[in-house]
Design a protein around this ligand. Structure first.
Ligand code: C2E
Ligand code: CA
Ligand code: CA
Length: 714
């Protein structure tokens, strides 16, 4: 051997099997060595039992050749001791014995001997016997190792959190892990030998499941499984076919994972990204997605997409008067009621704030959108019940259709929005379908809105005055101030048009303040001039009333103008006063305490609870002119007028009929004891100079009116 060979064992040497030869006769040992090296074994020798045990401990051999009769520890004892060693349990021990009696053989076998060979030993017999035992020992060791590995594998499989099943080629379960059984609410025994389809809901049973086996290789997918108690749950299943070396199908191994938790978090994430947190409806992002899809389908399949743009009519008021938390509850209720009005295939989304959008994919020429809109309008005629409080909401709805009205997504939204504005302009709680000429109108509206912002600075506003008459004294008792806007290009613009714009744009505050300052200044100078003004009434928007500093601001204006508060009357609409009972009464009381007069404008239209009226510190109610207009031909209107006047008498509140145009109306009111009246019969509103002139001339009113009424002399 070279030095190098000492350092590195030759590759054969590592694979050569080692035999430990134990015999006290050195000659016999060398004979054995010869024979064994002849079959390529590595031989170690021990001359007695103690030496054998030591060598064995140091490097366990693959086979022990053991003599029985030896000095010191004999072969029986040596065998027993080796068998007690950790490595000695499985090594074959071949006993070479000259003792022929069966008793010795039996003892050696008891001590752990594997096999026996008789002395004198025949060389080839020993060689074959040794070879056989070495081979058997190797196989046995491998078996033991395999068994240990199998046990390990089984423990590993059984402790996996995912389930595992093995089925035979008929789909019968031949192996199932406790995790799999538990996941499905069974114990393993209940599942063994059952058809694997017991784990899937019947509706998912594949009648061809057995057939696929021949070609089946593997699949992995999400599915639904069913528990013993019938509860279904989502799973992730991977299956692979098991085949033998010839490729014959033997069965399937499947792993199964309960993914309920993952599904729940996926759903949550989806909800978060795609639905509106308040109402749970699809949000803008999801809407845009669906809309895009719908347009794609429509153009592919020659169908149409209708888009309904919905805007709550009075949401800002509700929010302003009742607070945001209340407003939120209103939106939730609105969303619920809307949901009940659409078909399952439609998309109902919250577009933002108080805007909702419905997308419908329909057959060309189908008129589903108008029917849906009408259904919504009908559904919202009933008030909402919010914490026991009845809240009226209305919708303005605009409808546009693809491809009839527009050819792209942006256009569809814009057109529906335009139609919605049109619906708002036409008096709310109605729907309008898009028409091309609407665009112009909306442009004009936008222009109006922006010029409104400049109008105050440009001095485009003025105030007109309309007189009010005391029907008992037959004399003028006051005037109502009415705001006028003279647009440099568009001319006179009616307050019904610009007041809502100013309310929406927020200019109502500066505009209202300007009006009060102007009117109070005017009134003060009339009183100084000794003219018989009586009182001067100013219309106040709900938005102004809701400003907490309104009373303080008003006090400042009165002081600045030097006007006694008793000359000023503030007119509020019934709706404004009804909005938030507690808060409104408080503010009204503060105003009343300042000494100004309060009246309810347009009384009868806001569905006032009449009993509520007696809690309001008002001085006057003004019967809405729509009821006055019905006098003489509408007994319903007449009945209402009569009831309001009676009520006012009972509550000791002054009552005024507005919009009186005919003698008949005047007489009707007068006969019922209505205190005051106002209207074209007495005269239209006029500029300050004209009304001043009429007072100075102590004029009677309206030619043809044979009353000799006049301004009281000062
Ligand atoms: P309103 O308070 O009911 O005002 C009376 C309206 O009725 C006035 O219209 C007046 O021209 C009209 N009118 C008077 N007599 C008759 C009549 O015999 N027959 C008919 N058909 N109409 C008559 P105007 O000036 O267009 O005002 C409309 C509304 O605009 C007012 O209704 C009021 O709610 C609002 N408004 C006017 N000025 C102001 C203001 O300074 N501030 C606020 N917030 N609103 C205002
Ligand atoms: Ca008024
Ligand atoms: Ca009125």
């Amino acid at each position: 051997m070279t030095d190098g060979a000492c350092l590195f064992e030759s590759p054969q040497e590592t694979t050569r099997l080692k035999v430990l030869v134990v015999d006290d006769d050195s000659l016999i040992r060398s004979v054995y060595r010869e024979i064994l090296e002849g079959i390529d074994c590595l031989v170690e020798e021990a001359s007695d039992g103690r030496g054998a045990i030591e060598l064995f401990r140091a490097t366990p051999p693959d086979l022990v050749l053991l003599d029985l009769i030896m000095p010191g520890i004999d072969g029986f004892e040596t065998c027993r001791t080796l068998r007690q060693l950790e490595e000695g349990r499985t090594v074959p021990i071949l006993v070479v014995t000259g003792l022929q009696e069966s008793a010795a053989i039996h003892r050696a076998y008891e001590a752990g001997a594997t096999d026996f060979i008789a002395k004198p030993v025949q060389a080839d017999l020993l060689a074959y016997r040794a070879l056989y035992l070495l081979k058997a020992g190797k196989t046995f060791n491998a078996l033991v190792r395999n068994e240990a590995n199998l046990r390990l594998l089984r423990t590993a499989i059984e402790s996996l959190p995912i389930g595992l099943t093995i089925t035979d080629r008929q789909g019968k379960i031949t192996f199932v892990t406790p995790a799999e059984a538990k996941m499905h609410g069974y114990c393993t025994e209940e599942l063994l030998n059952r058809d694997v389809r017991i784990l899937a809901p019947p509706r998912l049973h594949n009648p061809a499941a057995g057939k696929r086996s021949e070609t089946f290789v593997a699949w992995c997918r999400e599915s639904v499984n069913i528990r013993k108690d019938g509860e279904e749950f989502p799973v992730q299943i991977s299956s692979v076919a098991v085949r033998d070396a010839e490729g014959t199908f033997l069965g399937v191994i499947s792993s199964c994972e309960d993914i309920s938790e993952r599904k729940r978090s996926e759903t949550l994430i989806h909800q978060f990204a795609y639905s509106d947190a308040l109402t749970g409806l699809p949000n803008r992002t999801l809407l845009m997605d669906r809309l895009k899809n719908a347009l794609a389908i429509a153009s592919r399949e020659q169908r149409s997409v209708s888009l309904l743009f919905l805007d709550l009519d009075n949401f800002k008021d509700i929010n302003d008067t009742k607070g945001h938390a209340f407003g939120d509850r209103v939106l939730i209720r609105v969303a619920e009621r809307l949901s009940a009005c659409v078909r399952e295939a439609d998309t109902l989304a919250r577009f933002g704030g108080d805007e909702f959008i419905i997308v419908q994919l329909v057959e060309e020429g189908e008129n589903t959108a108008s029917r849906t809109a009408q259904r919504i309008l009908d559904a919202f005629r009933r008030p909402l019940d919010i914490d026991g409080e009845r809240i009226d909401v209305g919708f303005s709805i605009g409808i546009a259709c693809y491809p009839q009205d527009v050819q792209d997504l942006g256009g569809l939204l814009r057109s529906a929005d335009t139609a919605m504005y049109r619906a708002k302009a036409l008096g709310r709680h109605n729907y309008q379908t898009f028409a091309a000429e609407m665009n112009e109108e909306v442009l004009e509206k936008v222009a109006l809105e922006s010029s409104l912002r400049m109008a105050l600075d440009n001095g485009e506003f003025s105030v007109a005055y309309q007189s009010q008459w005391d029907l008992q004294r037959e004399s003028c008792c006051g005037v109502e101030a009415l705001l006028r806007w003279s647009h440099p290009r568009l001319g006179e613009i009616a307050p019904q048009r610009f007041i809502p714009l100013a309310e929406r744009g927020g200019q109502i505050h500066s505009l209202g303040e300007w009006t009060l300052r102007h009117v109070c200044g005017q009134a003060s100078s009339w009183i100084l001039a000794g003219l018989p003004l009586g009182r001067i009434a100013v219309n106040i928007s709900g938005h102004q009333l809701n400003r907490p500093d309104f009373p303080r601001c008003l006090a400042g204006i009165l002081a600045e103008a030097g006007l006694a508060p008793a000359h000023l009357e503030l007119e509020f609409t019934e709706k404004v006063l009804m909005a938030d009972a507690g808060k409104t009464i408080e503010i009204l009381q503060a105003l009343k305490d300042m000494g100004v007069k309060l009246s309810i404008d347009g009384f009868g239209t806001g569905f006032s609870s009449l009993s509520y009226l007696k809690h309001l510190p008002v001085d006057r109610i003004r019967i809405d002119r729509s009821f006055i207009a019905g006098i003489g031909h509408d007994c319903g209107d007449e009945a209402i007028v009569k009831a309001i006047i009676t009520l006012a008498h009972n509550l000791n509140i002054r009552v005024l009929g507005e919009g009186v145009e005919t003698r008949e109306q005047l007489d009707f009111l007068r006969n019922l004891g209505c205190h005051e009246a106002q209207g074209f019969l007495f005269g239209k509103e006029m500029g300050w100079a004209e009304i001043e002139m009429s007072w100075r001339e102590n004029a009677g009113f309206s030619e043809g009116l044979d009353l000799q009424w006049s301004v009281p002399r000062t």
